[in-house]
Design a protein around this ligand. Structure first.
Ligand SMILES: Cc1cc2nc3c(=O)[nH]c(=O)nc-3n(C[C@H](O)[C@H](O)[C@H](O)COP(=O)(O)O)c2cc1C
Length: 416
């Protein structure tokens, strides 16, 4: 079993994460994790915070001489904002977010922001300052998840499993449907464009260049109007073996675990698999993915079957009865538009309940859909790694691999 816990506030000293369950002897470097963290930070429409932070996860425990040792892996991500400061005057957050009581005066946030955790949070936790809620509900926490997700990605690589995320829609602009994405090309996005500071940014993580350009125009228009936009992300995982998860109990279905993991990402408001909601308009004969006969199965040079029970289509998104089918796993999520908008929604004061013309404005993005695709990869990778460990166990990576290989040999038709 793989599990992880994060801690840390958005403008606190740092974020921490503890990941438990990664078997011993898995090669891992801080550079590998850093590459994933850097991918979380780019995206057209992100705000000034991304210019301040250059995320790096320092491994504090669980790794020795480049290999995991089977103990919990703890990582530290420093919030540079804590010391480098906010706003044009560069006032650091050190006093405002001080752990010890501080005499330095600071602004209390009382004009609660609709669409955030502020209102239920201040009521539930009996707070007079919405900062005590927003600091933890901020998606800054996702940096720690991406660090944990990188460990899961490294583990999955050992089994030939890849997890990639991309953007299908921003602000009502949809990418052309496509059966395959060139993930390398997407990473070195030919649609990079100069941001206002002149640095290169992987613009919108969209594989359709024409739609990508229109998405950028839409983001600019929302910025101009003091507004925000949402969109749709898709996560695709290839190489997962048939039979991860289980049909036998509601909480063992991989479908429900994946849905929960992706829904846990801030601002995600819906999840679908494969043909998803469109299945409502299709007939059964169009939806279900028939299995190819044996003579059509792909074989390696030595005649070994590459993948058992392949399908003619993949409308199920690689999941039937809560288990993987061996086809690519396809998960999509809709991401709501950012709640903190420049033009500010009307609200109320948390002390008096009285009308306030504009909700508190905290430095904010116009959209973060491209970043959500990277966080989605992390959450899917962590869920898949957990499912692999549940199925194959192993205290060291060689043991996990041995169990996986011997299982795969049993998944072929009985008569072979
Ligand atoms: C990567 C990322 C960045 C985000 N940045 C912002 C932001 O700048 N401003 C904002 O209002 N919301 C932002 N959000 C969304 C809020 O964190 C989220 O809407 C809020 O915590 C309320 O949670 P809920 O939308 O899941 O109900 C971001 C979300 C993600 C995933």
């Amino acid at each position: 079993m793989l599990r992880f816990l994060t801690a840390g506030e958005s403008h606190g000293k740092n974020l921490t994460v503890i990941v438990e369950g990664i078997p011993a002897n898995l090669p891992i470097t801080e550079e590998f994790i850093e590459r994933h963290m850097a991918r979380r930070q780019v995206g057209y429409g992100r705000g000034g915070r991304m210019q301040i932070e250059k995320d790096r996860a320092e491994i504090l425990a669980g790794v020795r001489h480049g290999l995991t040792i089977g103990s919990p892996i703890s990582m530290l991500v420093v919030n540079r904002d804590f010391t480098t400061g906010k706003g044009p005057d560069g006032v650091p957050w050190m006093d405002e977010m001080s752990v010890a009581p501080s005499d330095v005066p600071f602004e209390t946030i009382t004009s609660i922001r609709p669409g955030h955790a502020d209102t239920p949070g201040i009521a539930k936790y009996m707070q007079d300052d919405a900062r005590n809620i927003l600091e933890r509900s901020s998606a800054r926490e996702s940096a720690a998840r991406v660090a944990a997700g990188a460990l899961a990605q490294r583990f999955l690589e050992e089994f030939g499993i890849e997890v990639h995320g991309h953007v299908l829609c921003i602000g009502g602009v949809h990418a052309k449907p496509s059966d395959s994405v060139d993930w390398n090309a997407l990473e070195e996005s030919p649609y990079h464009r100069e941001n206002t500071e002149g640095s290169k940014m992987a613009a919108v993580r969209c594989a359709d260049p024409e739609a990508a350009e229109r998405m950028i125009v839409e983001i600019d228009a929302a910025r101009e109007a003091g507004d925000s936009v949402g969109g749709i992300i898709e996560i695709v995982a290839t190489g997962a073996p048939i039979g991860l998860g289980s049909h036998i109990q509601w909480d063992r279905k991989l479908t429900s675990k994946l849905a929960a993991a992706v829904m846990s990402i801030n601002a995600v408001k819906g999840v679908e698999f494969g043909a998803g909601f469109a299945q409502a308009d299709m007939r059964g004969s169009q939806v279900h993915d028939v299995v190819k006969p044996l003579d059509e199965w792909e074989r390696a040079a030595d005649e070994r079957i590459v993948r058992p029970w392949p399908r003619r289509s993949n409308n199920s998104g690689g999941l039937e009865g809560g288990m993987t089918t061996g086809e690519p796993l396809v998960v999509r999520a809709i991401v709501k538009p950012i709640a903190t908008i420049m033009n500010g929604l009307e609200t109320v004061d948390l002390a008096t309940g009285g009308f306030v013309e504009r909700a508190h404005f905290e430095r904010s993005d116009i959209t973060f859909v491209p970043t959500c695709a990277v966080i989605g990869e992390a959450m899917v990778a962590l869920t898949l790694a957990d499912a692999m460990l549940e199925k194959f166990g192993g205290d060291h990576i060689e043991e996990t691999k041995r169990n996986w290989r011997s299982y795969m040999a049993t998944t072929l038709p009985r008569g072979l």
